[in-house]
Design a protein around this ligand. Structure first.
Ligand code: SER
Length: 880
């Protein structure tokens, strides 16, 4: 067996199949394209599904690659077992309707026995129960020992969710040959269960496409899909028994140990944390490298979970503060030969990790305290399940992913109420949805539209013309192919040629008209199906159209023109932002329609007013340079070499379009653009805001809309100055003067009020009456609110020095009552609580209080005087 590093093994595999006429592809990004069944790429074949099913034509019928994959299904086992990791690389070679079992079996054998030089007496092979053909090939075309081929059932049929699948043949390595030859399928299964043999290469004979209903639909041609876990084959080649001990992983482990000041393999618990961090930091680095950002949804949430879980294990190891971003370097270093993009994006990746770590570190300690108190409470009450609301509180306020809380509870043999948590989550989502007023995508995206024949070639002529003659090739209505659409119908028209741009790359679809003498349809949207076929969504407003009818397609020119202005401006904005903020600015999303443009980009703090002004100025200056906007078609390689900006989600097309705005901006883009920057006229930024950690959003307008924006502001200025009766020039000083005037008036009013109440005080003091030697004031006052009434009462009591004051005031529909007494008179029998209780009763309310102070409200203003009389009465009885 050869001694090879992980990087050498990867390269040898790719080379081997290149030698068998395979096209070597770089790994596809971890974020799936056009695949709603999948959050993250989880197998080598996942991004290739449309090539197997025939929905898309592959760049070659033979392909080899090493695919980045993420699987989080077994996350709780990561670190605890020798095999589980969330991130792994899968080596694979693929045939799309080209070679089949007869080729792959001998090739696989050749690669492992001749290139990797794995001894034949360490190898076993399994095939599907009924696969005589595979058996025949293994025995006749390779020199595998026929006694070492076992037939198994479900284990040798490969499928993952829906999609391409089929019977398979697996190759296994025997780690303990000294235990003797494995003789039967039963013995083999046992050896596999106890890890004596490990499977390392899966050859799938892909023949079926499994649908949502669970039907296995035969694919027209036979295919090959093989998968070999790079980490796993590396453990075999390097003679270690744990994926964490292969060279590239050890490099990360060592770095973690350094940071934690711990030794690997000294303490089992510590080792688990070290391995969790090692695995998760790899996943996190690659995910961010492919454009995923932490969030509370979808793959962003997966990223957040992994990152926060790793951060917590860092705390368990005693690592203080931020550390994950620093581990990135060894991750990137360990695999930079294959993943050059990670080197390019290193700074960016580190910034995103750091930001998320910092965010979490602000709350992790207080969150842990709270969780600890919850745990104590559970244990005290001899309960075992943490309530859903509490789990949600930790999630919502302290950023603890539910899974993290679960894991910490499980360490104490406790669990949590997932249903309760989910209910809380659902409620929150509903609140958010109601607030946003979301609407749904038009519904039929998964149905009939994806059954359109993938061999149909549709020509898009809309880069250069907005009118085209074509005919109805396919008509769709109510999720069915139909032969005719009639007035009043809502449906879809597919044509051989179209000038309509279908929504893509952030640019909305065109609107317009399809018509002939007999019919007219309004195109209200235009999108592509999964196979890239353009669909015109229409309302038929006149006549009818049948298959093969000829007609004219006309794009709404004004609207398209405005879209083009916004799209070109988006490119220019991207460039200007890079100039002002730095090269870390990358587009993370965009939306361009005829009203405005929205541009999301990576940046780590709010863009200041000053920076925004600069960006806007740069754009307007460049616009005025009346640059020609040119599109060149070239290979991706050429495009990158020419310095064109490529986005995260670039796909591997043979030819790409590069759009240049003079010498100012150059970007890969499939969208439509204006001919000259001057057409933009005026660029205005409307707003800047944050959309997620590390992502900012700018909204802006161009052309007519910018003019409209300025005009509206002008109009407003005019209206304001006419209301203020001054010229626009004097507006500012006028407003400043008015504000000062208001302030002076406020002051005056306050002084006036003070005078009024002090006058009132003197007036009331003249009402003092002695009852059995106790000074009393019992009276109603006009229109005083409860606060002022209390203050007044307070002051009167102080002025009396000894005595009792009872005040009532009617304020609209309500009555306020308050009584206060000095200490000495309460000793003589005065009790404010008792007085107020009876007084309030009459005024239609209730209340009470202490001997020296009480207050209440009532609802009968007309009874106020009567109530006051009652007060006098009560005082008399109290002091008798
Ligand atoms: N699709 C198979 C797997 O993931 C082989 O590539 O194992």
């Amino acid at each position: 067996m050869k001694n090879m590093t992980v990087n050498e093994i990867r390269e040898s595999f790719l080379k081997f199949f290149e030698g068998k006429d395979h096209l070597r592809l770089p790994s596809f990004p971890l974020v799936p394209k056009n695949d709603k069944s999948l959050l993250l790429i989880n197998a080598g074949m996942a991004p290739l599904k449309p090539y197997f099913t025939g929905l898309q034509t592959p760049p070659s019928k033979r392909v080899v690659d090493c695919q980045k994959c993420i699987r989080t299904g077994d996350i709780e086992n990561v670190g605890k077992t020798s095999r589980h990791g969330t991130f792994f690389e899968m080596l694979g070679n693929f045939s799309f309707g080209d070679y089949f079992k007869g080729e792959i079996i001998p090739w696989a054998w050749e690669y492992i026995t001749e290139v990797l030089e794995i001894p034949k007496d360490r190898l076993y092979v399994t095939i599907h129960l009924n696969d005589d053909e595979a058996n025949e090939i293994w025995t006749s075309k390779t020199d595998v020992n026929p006694n070492r081929i076992f037939r198994l059932g479900a284990d040798n049929f490969w499928e993952i969710g829906v999609g391409p699948c089929g019977p398979s043949s697996e190759i296994h390595f025997d780690r303990n040959p000294e235990l003797g030859e494995i003789k039967t399928a039963e013995e083999f299964v046992e050896a596999s269960d106890n890890d004596r043999v490990i499977e390392f290469w899966n050859l799938v004979f892909t023949q079926f496409d499994k649908d949502e209903e669970g039907n296995y639909n035969k694919i027209e041609h036979t295919n090959i899909d093989t998968g070999m876990g790079l980490e796993r084959i590396s453990t075999i080649m390097q003679g270690v028994d744990n994926i964490f001990e292969v060279d590239t992983m050890m490099a990360i482990i060592n770095e973690v140990c350094k940071k934690a000041n711990k030794k690997y393999k000294e303490n089992a618990n510590t080792d688990v944390s070290i391995r969790i961090i090692t695995d998760h930091v790899r996943s996190v680095t690659f995910m961010i490298g492919d454009g995923v950002l932490p969030s509370n949804e979808g793959r962003g949430y997966v990223l957040r979970r992994l990152l926060r879980r790793a951060a917590r294990h860092g705390r368990l190891l005693g690592i203080e503060g931020i550390f994950l971003s620093e581990l990135c370097d060894v991750v990137i270093d360990s695999c930079k030969s294959e993943y050059k993009e990670l080197v390019e994006k290193a700074d960016y990746i580190k910034k995103v990790i750091k930001l998320e770590e910092e965010r979490f570190s602000e709350t992790i300690d207080s969150g842990m305290e709270i969780l600890k108190s919850y745990i104590d409470e559970l244990e005290e009450n001899k309960e075992t399940t943490l309530k859903g609301e509490k789990v949600f509180k930790l999630y919502d306020t302290y950023g603890f992913p539910m899974e993290l809380t679960k894991e910490i509870l499980e360490e104490k043999n406790l669990n949590l109420d997932i249903d309760g948590f989910n209910t809380e989550m659902k409620n929150q989502r509903e609140r958010a949805r109601n607030a946003r007023g979301d609407s749904n995508y038009m519904g039929n995206d998964d149905g009939v539209i994806n059954k359109i024949d993938k061999d149909i070639e549709i020509e898009f002529t809309g880069y250069t013309s907005l009118i085209e003659d074509s005919k109805a090739m396919i008509l769709i209505k109510d999720e069915e192919f139909v032969s005719k659409l009639e007035k009043g119908d809502k449906g879809i028209i597919v044509t051989l040629k179209t000038p309509f741009y279908a929504e893509m790359g952030g640019q909305v679809g065109d609107k317009g008209i399809i018509c002939n003498e007999k019919f007219k349809a309004e195109v209200y949207d235009c999108k592509k199906n999964a196979g890239g076929k353009t669909l015109h969504f229409v309302n038929v407003v006149e006549g009818s159209v049948s298959i093969d009818d000829e007609f004219k397609l006309s794009v709404d020119e004004t609207r398209r023109n405005r879209i083009c202005k916004n799209h070109t401006a988006t490119h220019m904005l991207h460039e200007a932002l890079r100039e002002v903020l730095g090269d870390h600015v990358n587009q993370s999303g965009s939306y361009v329609d005829d009203e405005r443009l929205r541009f999301d980009f990576t940046h780590f703090s709010a863009v200041t007013e000053e920076e925004l002004k600069k960006v806007e100025n740069i754009l307007n200056e460049e616009i005025m340079k009346v640059y020609n906007v040119c599109t060149d078609v070239m290979t991706l390689e050429e495009a990158k070499n020419s310095g064109a900006v490529a986005l995260f989600d670039d796909k591997y097309a043979d030819d790409v379009r590069v759009v240049s705005v003079g010498s100012f901006s150059k970007e890969l883009c499939g969208g439509t653009h204006i001919k000259n920057s001057g057409e933009i006229g005026l660029f205005k930024i409307l707003s800047e805001s944050g959309v997620a950690a590390g992502t900012r959003r700018i909204e802006a307008t161009t052309g007519e809309k910018s003019v409209e924006y300025i005009e509206n502001k002008n109009e407003l200025l005019k209206e304001v100055s006419s209301a203020l009766k001054c010229t626009e020039k004097d507006l500012l000083s006028k407003v400043q003067g008015l504000l000062q005037e208001l302030k002076d008036k406020d002051k005056e009013i306050q002084e006036f009020k003070n005078k009024l109440t002090s006058g009132l005080e003197d007036e009331l003091l003249s009402l003092v009456k002695e009852v059995n030697g106790i000074k009393t004031i019992v009276t109603s006052v006009k229109d005083v609110d409860s606060n002022s009434l209390r203050n007044l009462c307070d002051k009167l009591r102080d002025k009396l020095q000894s005595g009792v004051v009872v005040l009532g005031s009617a304020n609209g529909e309500k009555v306020q009552l308050v009584a206060m007494a000095t200490k000495d008179v309460t000793n003589k029998g005065i009790h404010c609580g008792k007085i107020i209780k009876e007084v309030a009763l009459i005024a239609g309310g209730g209340g009470g209080g202490r001997p020296d102070m009480a207050q209440a409200g009532g609802k009968l203003p007309e009874k106020l005087e009567e109530a006051m009389n009652k007060g006098r009465e009560v005082i008399e009885t109290l002091v008798k």
